[in-house]
Design a protein around this ligand. Structure first.
Ligand SMILES: [Ca+2]
Ligand SMILES: [Ca+2]
Ligand SMILES: [Ca+2]
Length: 342
């Protein structure tokens, strides 16, 4: 049976109409998704005793095909962080060699730009709260007036991570969802699990990188960006262009081993710590494998930590956004979705 699914959502944001003219500049947040099917699969069985196993997911869902990039995060910042009330921007993004975004201007009129060669690299120096606020912004239509404080997560005044709200249309994946999207072999409900998200039980070969940070392997083969193999921009190991570091997972998601580690929502309960998995540009083979799970504090910002979001298969109707945006005079805000046969 052919199943229609959402493969890409584009939100046009950051619209600036030049005074006295019709010129409009806009850039879009473009997000590619893959569907993780095979609902009802069991957990992996690698752990014994009281150590939990992961990966069982009862319903199909979507997950981002790539890690959230600096370009996408820059679009988010330009939309909602002219005054950066919630510290969505981290100074290391602009000052550290592995960071990818600059901030200009004064509070109230901050603007943001991707650094040279960094737009297609995964965003880093982001915290769990930053990922939660991106989720809220997307769920609320991804405009300059979209709340970052309600929607998928009710954040106002919280210092611990709340559980995801029911009905969330974008959210940080649960640990089981992330694990399944990365390691499950797919095609059935008893398929088993790989050790690495390159559909392999053998440690990948570390990619090298060209002078602009493109991974050496393209989108095929048992490669990943880890073990400090991607030396460029004067760094012993660095983030690389998403989707250029070896084969995707069985569901088509790239870089779930390496590049940046990715946040998850553990079991989805409220708490003071969140999980991350997959390893990053500097971790070794074990720390990049399915055996490694770890947690982070909610305010942790590092060069090796980013995220990718999940979404329900039942996607939000575009009319929800279209109606909300219809009254805007400039007509520069728009949103469309493209359906694709799976
Ligand atoms: Ca932050
Ligand atoms: Ca190296
Ligand atoms: Ca990753």
């Amino acid at each position: 049976m052919l199943v229609a699914r959402l493969s890409r959502v584009v939100f046009a944001v950051g619209v600036a109409a030049l005074l006295g003219s019709l010129a409009i500049s806009a850039h879009a947040v473009t997000i590619d998704w893959v569907t993780v099917g095979d609902p009802g699969n069991p957990n992996d069985t690698i752990n014994t005793g009281t150590t939990p196993n992961y990966g069982a997911v009862a319903t199909a869902f979507q997950i981002m095909k790539y890690e959230f990039t600096n370009q996408q995060y820059t679009d988010f910042l330009n939309s909602v962080a002219a005054t950066d009330t919630y510290s969505l921007y981290n100074a290391s993004m602009g000052s550290e060699a592995r960071g990818g975004i600059t901030q200009s201007g004064a509070s109230g009129s901050y603007t943001y730009a991707v650094r040279t060669n960094m737009g297609d690299k995964p965003v880093n120096y982001v915290s769990w709260f930053d990922a939660a606020r991106v989720s809220n912004w997307l769920m609320n239509g991804a405009t300059g007036t979209s709340s970052t404080e309600t929607g998928a997560y009710t954040l106002s005044g919280t210092s611990t991570a709340p559980a995801v709200n029911s009905g969330a249309t974008f959210y940080v994946p649960t640990e089981d969802q992330w694990y399944k999207a990365a390691y499950y072999m797919g095609s059935g409900t008893n398929a088993g699990y790989w050790t690495y998200a390159t559909q392999s039980d053998s440690a990948p070969t570390a990619v090298t990188a060209g002078s602009t940070g493109i991974g050496s392997s393209g989108s095929t083969g048992n490669f990943a960006n880890y073990n400090r193999g991607a030396d460029w921009n004067g760094q012993d190991g660095n983030v690389t262009t998403v989707g250029t570091n070896g084969k995707a997972s069985a569901y088509g998601a790239f870089d779930m081993t390496g590049n940046v580690g990715e946040m998850n929502d553990l079991a989805g309960a409220a708490g003071s710590r969140r999980g991350f998995r997959g390893g990053h540009w500097g971790t070794n083979a074990f720390d990049s494998s399915s055996s490694k799970n770890d947690t982070i504090g909610l305010s942790t910002h590092t060069s090796g930590l980013g995220f990718r979001l999940a979404a329900p298969v039942a996607v939000p109707e575009p009319s929800t956004y279209a109606m909300a945006l219809a009254g805007l005079a400039y007509g520069g805000y728009s949103m469309f979705r493209r359906r694709k046969r799976a």
